[in-house]
Design a protein around this ligand. Structure first.
Ligand code: ZN
Length: 134
């Protein structure tokens, strides 16, 4: 497998999965990311005990779509039914069903492909091109 960059030819490339796992830490120190890629990953942020370097967050894996919005619409539907506002409640019910369907389709069909694609990608540390080695 040829791991050199297809754009600039540099052999200084790294797998995105390694960049990501190297830039995320559950510790609460501020030093996370300094050792990653000789300073490129410097600039760790701290939130809820998880630190993510700027580089790690830039090349983070795809995420599943949350059902939070659909859940909110469902709650609104139930409240509107409670107030006997059936037409608006019906509209919100349709929106929730639509959102659940869209989320489910993304999470079960597209998400696994996006994740598999991400896991194969490499980053050139010279020109920042991401590529999949042949
Ligand atoms: Zn390159």
């Amino acid at each position: 497998m040829n791991l050199s960059c297809p754009i600039c030819g540099s052999e200084n490339t790294q797998k995105l999965t390694l960049i990501y796992s190297g830039g995320v830490s559950n510790s609460t120190t501020n030093t996370v990311g300094v050792g990653v890629l000789g300073g490129i990953g410097f600039g760790a942020t701290k939130s809820n005990g998880t630190a993510t370097s700027a580089l790690a967050s830039k090349y983070a894996p795809p995420v599943k779509i949350s059902n939070a919005g659909a859940n909110t619409c469902t709650v609104i539907t139930l409240i509107l039914f409670g107030f006997e506002n059936y037409i608006t409640a019906f509209a919100f019910a349709l929106i929730s069903v639509g959102l659940y369907a869209l989320n489910h389709r993304h999470n079960s069909n597209e998400f696994p492909k996006l994740l598999a694609d991400w896991q194969k990608q490499y980053l050139c540390l010279r020109c920042e091109t991401t590529f999949k080695p042949e």
